[in-house]
Design a protein around this ligand. Structure first.
Ligand SMILES: Nc1nc2c(ncn2[C@@H]2O[C@H](COP(=O)(O)OP(=O)(O)O)[C@@H](O)[C@H]2O)c(=O)[nH]1
Ligand SMILES: [Mg+2]
Length: 277
């Protein structure tokens, strides 16, 4: 039987069969990947060593694992996955990067600006469909839309009958209310999309005051950019599990960069800025 505590962290019913008898106490969910160690929730957060063979096989934030009894514990096994979002390497990185596991819904964020590009949305859709998660297309910055009807047509053309999309403004709409059908207890949700489309703004709206209260506000640099760049699972006050991906490039697919020379340019600028120190 899946405990309420694990169900609240998003443990899927189908995975129960993969947990050996008497090992339920060893079940934990990876909430951050720090290389030789991972952070897990069981549900309290703790660190666990990640043995090299598992590191090399690849671990994803969101993975369900079994821990051994050592102190501090190590990850003994990764349970079977569904909803695995992968970023394929192009040149600089050799191996596919595992962006998140056991994702129920991936919110593909685009915006009513020059950034809007049906081909890019289609690529994200393909990646999400392959992951097994449910894609939902969010066309953000509706307040800037010159021709919402035209955008609607372009997006609808890309979607299957059972796939959803929505035009919204993270600045003026009730984000929590609009996303409630997907961002709900026990469900794991991630956001992906190009820089500047409003992902952080949406995440902040979902996280609301909670993160402030818990004192887990992200460090920001002088320009208000997030300075942490690792992916992290957070359990929202409303019960959903959110894959938070601070850092500008963290949620972009590699192939996406080819469509966005401006992003490549911004990266160069960032590198140049970093080199000053
Ligand atoms: N006009 C408008 N601006 C928005 C909206 N959502 C986000 N922004 C702005 O777009 C910029 C980039 O947003 P951010 O959340 O950092 O994008 P991210 O790179 O995808 O995380 C910020 O200046 C936001 O205030 C929106 O709905 N309308
Ligand atoms: Mg951001």
């Amino acid at each position: 039987m899946v405990s309420e505590a694990l169900a609240a962290l998003g443990f899927p019913a189908w995975l129960a069969d993969a947990v050996p008898d008497g090992r339920w106490n060893a079940v934990a969910r990876v909430s951050a990947d720090h290389g030789v160690e991972v952070e897990v929730m069981r549900p309290a957060a703790q660190r666990a060593r990640l043995p090299r063979r598992l590191r090399e096989a690849g671990i994803a934030v969101g993975d369900w694992v079994l821990l051994d009894d050592a102190h501090p514990p190590a990850v003994a096994a990764v349970l079977p996955r569904r909803g695995l979002l992968v970023r394929h390497a192009a040149g600089e990185v050799e191996r596919p990067q595992l962006l998140g596991a056991h994702l129920d819904t991936v919110l593909i964020v685009t915006s009513c600006t020059q950034e809007f590009n049906p081909r890019r949305v289609e690529r994200y859709l393909t990646a999400v469909r392959q992951s097994g998660a449910e894609p939902v297309v969010l066309v953000n910055k509706s307040d800037l839309a010159a021709d919402p009807e035209d955008l609607a047509r372009q997006v609808r053309r890309l979607l299957a009958d059972d796939e959803r999309w929505m035009l919204l403004s993270a600045h003026s709409d009730d984000v929590v209310g609009l996303l409630a059908p997907w961002v709900r207890p026990g469900r794991t949700v991630a956001l992906i999309g190009s820089s500047g489309v409003g992902k952080s703004t949406l995440v902040n709206a979902l996280v609301g005051q909670e993160r402030m209260r818990t004192g887990a506000v992200r460090a920001r640099d002088d320009e208000g950019r997030h300075t942490t760049t690792h992916r992290q699972l957070i359990v929202l006050a409303g019960g959903a599990v959110l894959l938070d991906t601070p850092g500008m490039r963290e949620v972009q697919l590699w192939e996406d960069d080819a469509l966005d020379p401006a992003a490549a340019f911004r990266d160069l600028q960032r590198l140049a800025a970093r080199c000053r120190f």
